[in-house]
Ligand binder design. Structure first.
Ligand code: 2BA
Length: 148
């Protein structure tokens, strides 16, 4: 069985380089913003996927969007963190990939996004492809071809 190290970039598919769903920090539609901010701060990530109760992908949410939402005229209105839910502020206009998409589709998707979600035909969340994973493969390919 060939490992990813043996593969040319043109043979790599999204599944080979994605972080699988069980390792991805996420929040759910109905979580209060307070919970989402806690997950973001504790995980260290600036944005994470949002899933519905059946683990289908529905959007992403980040620290900036939450902080903007609770920013009042003169202060952060902290009480909004418990009053508002993730679905009220999340970003739903997001690109997504499928497991069998090509490396090049992954590369195009991370030009304007630090990560892109992967979902199946029915919309169930499979994982994410990060800019880091794409760059790592490109670096490997660069050095492999230079030494040839
Ligand atoms: P950011 O959170 O803005 O992170 C930007 C880059 O900083 C990451 O790039 C990674 O290189 C580094 N980094 C940030 N937090 C880290 C941590 N807790 N552990 C290790 N490295 C960390 P990428 O690896 O290309 O990730 C791109 C974006 O994908 C991240 O943006 C984050 O929004 C998301 N992400 C990555 N791994 C995730 C995971 N396991 N769960 C949820 N979201 C994840």
């Amino acid at each position: 069985m060939s490992t990813i190290q043996d593969k040319q970039l043109t043979d790599i598919v999204v599944e080979d380089i994605m972080i699988s769903s069980e390792k991805v920090a996420h929040v759910q539609l109905n979580n209060p913003l307070e919970h989402a901010l806690l997950v973001l701060v504790k995980s260290g990530y600036s944005a994470v996927p949002v899933l519905d109760a059946s683990y289908k992908l529905v959007g992403t949410i980040g620290k900036t969007i939450i902080l903007n939402e609770i920013l009042g005229l003169e202060r952060f209105e902290i009480e909004k963190l418990s009053d508002m839910r993730v679905h009220e502020v999340m970003n739903t206009d997001i690109p997504s990939l499928s497991r069998d998409d090509s490396f090049m589709n992954g590369l195009k998707a991370v030009i304007n996004n630090t990560f892109v979600c992967v979902s199946d035909d029915e919309g169930y969340f499979d994982g994410i492809v990060t800019r880091r994973a794409i760059l790592k493969q490109m670096k490997r390919d660069f050095y492999t071809n230079r030494n040839d």
